[in-house]
Design a protein around this ligand. Structure first.
Ligand code: COA
Length: 330
């Protein structure tokens, strides 16, 4: 049994937070942000809109496009660092119930911006072992809830949104997800973290800002370029696939300069590289499925085309995946 990437869906909140808006909130400028990150704007969820609400909207689209009967879905995995509730219940369980999926295995996965690639690996393993047949994976983030809008080093980067994919069992090897790499190195934990609110917290009171992200941006940047480049080179080499055979290079949308550096190291042509960072910023676990949805909805993603996914995030974590699209293009 193999695992096939059947469909994609996405959701973005309607409210836009532009660089011009941020100029009024912190000491920054549109020019600085765009030059250093490639970001022009990001989406912000409504106050009463939760991570699970966004995940449900993305999932509904992915399910509909897969042609799979919702009652045949037997597992839901949600990659998020901004769950509806920290600790419990899992956002995946809430999403499953909101979708009317009964008694499915549902759990959240914490691998920050690499979450979607990790979730894809989990889905592949469950399907190939024969334990599950149709796994709904979701990357959903309400990062605005854990962003400190007085910290110009982080608040310019992050946005909200969700993406989802249906991964299904197949006996057709040509549809199979080829390979997934995932890794981590906790010795870099302090580069990007939410230091408060957990059992490692230094505070004994739970303030509103308990989960705000803190980041050493410049160091993160350098480790990201190094790790992403070596990881994609390794997965291509191990599978004897040349970068030119990749139709869509879908990197985590953190920063245009990181994406460009990794793309250049692989000699990727401009048309191979999928870019959404300008309009959505960094949406962590949601960024890769949102980017895949972008090429799907613009009619650029067709059945059988090879995608190379590549992510990097807090943990530190990283991951890459070689994935043929096994759905129907539009
Ligand atoms: N507007 C204006 N100036 C800013 C700024 C902002 N939003 N943020 C930082 N600066 C200033 C700094 O204070 C510093 O000023 P100084 O030289 O007077 O001390 C200067 O710009 C350079 O700061 P630095 O942090 O070295 O900038 P940078 O070129 O590394 O860009 C990031 C900062 C955050 C954009 C960049 O490091 C980055 O994108 N890193 C990766 C982050 C990331 O992708 N994280 C998620 C991983 S999944």
């Amino acid at each position: 049994m193999y695992a096939a990437f059947r469909s994609i869906g996405s959701y973005v909140p309607s409210k836009i937070l532009s660089n011009a808006d941020l100029e009024k909130m912190v000491d920054t400028s549109d020019e600085w942000i765009f030059k250093r990150t490639g970001i022009k704007e990001r989406r912000i969820a409504a106050i009463d809109e939760t991570t699970s609400d966004m995940g449900v909207n993305a999932a509904k689209q992915a399910i509909e496009r897969s042609g799979i009967n919702p009652s045949d879905i037997d597992m839901v995995v949600c990659a998020t660092i901004s769950p509806d509730y920290f600790c419990m219940p899992s956002t995946a369980a809430i999403i499953a119930t909101k979708l009317g999926l009964e008694k499915v295995t549902a759990f959240d996965l914490s691998a920050a911006c690499t979450g979607f690639v990790y979730a894809l690996g989990v889905a592949k393993a469950f399907i190939e072992s024969g334990m599950k047949k149709n796994v709904l994976i979701i990357g959903a983030e309400k990062l605005s809830a854990i962003t400190d809008y007085t910290d110009r080093g982080t608040c310019i980067l992050f946005g909200d949104g969700a993406g989802a994919a249906l991964i299904s069992a197949t006996t057709d090897k040509s549809e199979a997800i080829i390979d997934i790499h995932t890794g981590s190195d906790g010795s870099y934990a302090d580069l990007l973290m939410s230091p408060n609110g957990g059992s490692g917290s230094v505070h004994d009171d739970l303030e509103a800002s308990a989960c705000f992200m803190k980041m050493k941006g410049n160091e993160t940047f350098k480790v990201a370029v190094r790790t992403l480049t070596s990881d994609v080179v390794a997965i291509l080499e191990e599978n004897k696939i040349d970068a030119s055979a990749v139709k869509h290079f879908v990197p985590h949308q953190a920063n245009y300069r990181i994406i460009k550096a990794v793309g250049d190291a692989l000699n990727m042509k401009e048309e191979q590289v999928v870019l959404t960072v300008e309009k959505y910023g960094n949406t962590s676990g949601a960024s890769i499925p949102m980017a895949i949805n972008d090429i799907y909805e613009s009619g650029r993603l067709q059945n059988g085309e090879l995608m190379l996914l590549d992510a990097f995030g807090g943990g530190l974590t990283w991951g890459s995946a070689l994935v043929p699209f096994a759905g129907k293009g539009i």
